[in-house]
Design a protein around this ligand. Structure first.
Ligand code: ADP
Ligand code: MG
Length: 730
């Protein structure tokens, strides 16, 4: 029986190996295994990037045994055998308790796999899995120049994967028959790409690093094209959907909003506003992403679009990621609309509409009222959280969905809300996290993009500094002094901490490396992250004594949070000690100081977001990143970079780098099965752009994918398997 890509691995490798692969690596079929690419390639005599290893990583290294020594344990019976492996320049230790391997002798080469632990500051493996190389193997695997190292698991080692892949590649007779190349010949020719079979051979069993490069390039192309086809298909489908035009009408809510605005729109706001107004006037639903620097004034742009839709007789929904933010939006919009936002109330303007807040924390009766207002169309503007997505929330005539701070929402949620209109509503997605071009082309590839580059004029700007408390102990006192000066001048401040308090820091314990006895185990003495409750108490009693201080965190009830935010917005509180609940969108223009405690515990984007909470009015802002990490460490340098630039695009790139893309690309790098394995948002910008153009051209050609069943199958596989997950992330 012929092997195909869909053949279960059990039939090729036997049940035991196949079960391990399925359960721990998610590999079920020949296709999955062929696409389980090596993580890297080891060369003999060249220690595999040991410097890069992090405690807790599960890795495989190819190394030579240098020394072996055995001694009795101090505290208990039995022996410790320590084996040093490496190449002289860089070494690592293997530790065995009461266990001696006769074949482990100096000079022997082997592959060692385990979870990296530390002891006395040095990396070590405790009881690693091993495959020692005998030298007289008839097998050529170990004689190869480049030994592939696979993402492995506890049950399936890199060398088992290597042998299994070899079996597939060798046993397949004609690999080209097994793997029909989905890429159209012309595309391959145009971009000088290897046939798929050759690329698979080269990535699994390369002779030179050049082989690997060419193979990767070809395989990335396959990934990029499949992804872009999926996204292009989405865009096309969206463009064919029948929508409802919501033309601009004078004398209504929009004019009222414009008249009530206490400032002039920036050129950017006006330009994007025109763009949106025109698109809302079409009977194809708009699908637009509005990205704009923190504080660039996206809300007003959205509100004006919402007002246009309400004027045209439809409803507009604004979806916010948190209750705090939803409440703030509702409050701000109501304030701006005045009587026009209170139609049906005693002092309301009957020509206006209602602004309804719908969040998960509403009591049953209030929720029923809110839902009725939405269902009957009395609420022209509906502001809410995820609760808007729930069953039972029906709109009379949903015309526009605005999603604020998109990075907290996924495509599915967007779709869920879109499905609430009888016809697909217009969709505007807003994000303050600037998006590198590649991400815009991939994760957000089904949306058109508008950008607000300009901040409203008259902003004071924020100056940022790192406060390295270990190196410069005096600076923290100065920081609190500065905060007090600002408060004395009538301003307000945030102090943000990574943790709420009361809960022991559970995620900061070092990884236990393979069951070594505690007394032999290195323990990191890194303290748990600072907590809101502790810090607030310490500040009240110490450096900020006498100031009006309040706390805000996720464990408070929505009502409590709302009360705290209101008081802060009203200037009744001087200092808000909070978790990152203030990260997104919170808008108190009078706040000028942002102190981030344990700043090293936050990501680049988060810090940039936090900084965006201050200097939103005319006063200059100050952002202080307090940390114990040395300024020369990579983390210290990352903080310095955040302090040095306020260019969100540059920081987004830095963020992408430090997150090692793994998070952005979802499961791609975690060793789990994924259709997108090699494509890198950082490095493959050019390739992704080319693939996007090819995808567009293919879909626009007369027969579409009809002549390319292989590609169509890839797209279908991505759709069922991965799309949600891949697009969900980022
Ligand atoms: P973001 O884009 O981060 O969501 P917001 O929409 O919350 O920013 O706006 C930030 C602040 O700037 C708000 O207080 C808003 O009222 C104010 N603002 C918006 N547009 C302008 C403008 N054209 N001139 C002055 N202030 C503005
Ligand atoms: Mg905002």
């Amino acid at each position: 029986m012929a092997v195909t890509l869909e053949t279960p691995l059990a039939r090729v490798l036997g049940p035991k190996t196949a079960t391990g692969m399925a359960e721990t690596l998610g590999l079920h079929t020949v296709r999955h295994l062929l696409r389980h690419y090596p993580r890297r390639y080891a060369r003999r005599g060249e220690m595999a990037r040991l410097d890069d290893l992090q405690p807790g990583d599960r890795v495989t290294v190819l190394a030579q045994v240098k020394t072996v020594s055995t001694r009795p344990m101090r505290q208990r019976r039995g022996t410790i055998t320590e084996v040093t492996v490496g190449d002289g320049a860089s070494t690592m230790k293997l530790v065995f308790f009461s266990h001696k391997h006769a074949r482990l002798a100096p000079g022997v080469w082997g592959m060692f796999a385990g979870t990296v632990g530390t002891y006395q500051g040095k990396l070590q493996f405790t009881h690693p899995d091993m495959q020692l190389l005998s030298g007289d193997d008839d097998d050529d695997d170990w004689a190869r120049e480049l030994v592939p190292i696979y993402p492995a698991s506890k049950d399936v080692s890199s060398w088992v994967l290597q042998k299994s892949v070899k079996l597939l590649l060798g046993g397949a007779g004609n690999l080209a028959d097994l793997v029909a190349d989905p890429l159209p010949e012309e595309v391959r020719a145009r971009h000088g790409l290897l046939p798929l079979a050759a690329a698979l051979l080269d990535i699994h069993r390369p002779t030179t690093t050049g082989d690997v490069g060419r193979a990767e390039h070809r395989l990335k192309w396959g990934e990029a094209l499949t992804l872009q086809l999926t996204l292009a298909a989405r865009r096309r489908a969206a463009a064919l959907e029948p929508g409802t035009a919501r033309p601009r009408k004078g004398g209504g809510l929009l004019d009222a909003v414009d008249a009530a605005l206490p400032f002039a729109l920036t050129d950017g706001q006006r330009a994007v506003g025109e763009e949106l107004a025109a698109e809302l006037d079409r009977d194809q639903p708009m699908h637009r992403l509005l990205q704009g620097e923190v504080g660039s004034g996206k809300t007003v742009v959205a509100l004006r679009a919402m007002a246009q839709v309400v004027d045209a007789g439809g409803q507009a929904a604004l979806l916010a990621p948190t209750e705090v933010l939803a409440a703030q939006h509702a409050r701000g919009i109501r304030q701006l609309l005045g009587p026009l936002g209170r139609a049906g109330e005693l002092d309301g303007d009957p020509a206006g509409t209602r602004v309804t807040l719908l969040t998960g924390s509403l009591k049953t009766a209030a929720r029923r009222t809110a839902r009725a207002e939405v269902a009957e169309g009395r609420a022209g503007i509906v502001v809410g959280t995820h609760a808007l997505l729930q069953e039972g929330v029906e709109f009379a005539d949903l015309g526009l969905v605005v999603v604020d701070e998109q990075h907290r929402f996924g495509v599915e949620q967007r779709d869920a809300l879109r499905a609430k209109g009888s016809r697909p509503p217009h969709v505007l997605v807003m994000t303050a996290t600037p998006i590198p071009r590649t991400v815009a082309m991939t994760v957000y590839g089904d949306l058109e993009v508008s950008t607000l580059r300009q901040l409203p004029s008259g902003r004071g700007g924020v100056s940022s500094s790192v406060v390295p408390v270990v190196e410069k102990p005096g600076w923290i006192d100065r920081a609190w002094e500065r905060l007090r000066e600002e408060v004395a001048a009538g301003r307000q401040a945030y102090v943000v901490c990574p943790r709420i308090g009361d809960v022991p820091g559970s995620d900061d314990e070092p990884e236990d490396a393979g069951g070594a006895p505690a007394d032999e185990q290195g323990r990191s003495d890194r303290r748990p992250p600072l907590a809101v409750l502790d810090v607030a108490e310490a500040l009240r009693a110490g450096p900020l004594a006498g100031l009006r201080l309040d706390v805000l965190h996720g464990r408070m009830t929505p009502d409590e949070k709302d009360a705290v935010m209101r008081a802060f917005a009203a200037g009744e509180t001087d200092v808000l000690v909070a978790t990152t609940v203030v990260e997104v969108g919170v808008d108190v223009p009078n706040a000028t100081v942002m102190v981030v405690m344990d700043a090293d515990r936050f990501g680049v984007s988060q810090l940039h977001q936090l900084r965006g909470r201050v200097a939103r009015g005319k006063h200059a802002g100050l952002c202080l990143l307090v940390t114990e990490v040395p300024s020369s460490s990579p983390t210290g340098q990352r903080l310095a970079a955040v302090a040095a630039t306020s260019d969100g695009f540059e920081l987004a790139r830095l963020d992408l780098e430090t997150r090692r893309e793994g998070d952005v690309l979802g499961a791609a790098q975690s060793g789990r099965r994924s259709a997108i394995k090699l494509l890198s948002l950082l490095e493959d910008e050019e390739l992704i752009a080319q693939a996007r153009a090819e995808a567009q051209a293919l879909l626009e050609s007369e027969r579409g994918l009809a002549d390319h069943p292989g590609l169509a199958a890839e797209v279908a596989a991505l759709a069922t398997d991965e799309r949600a997950e891949w697009l969900e992330k980022a």
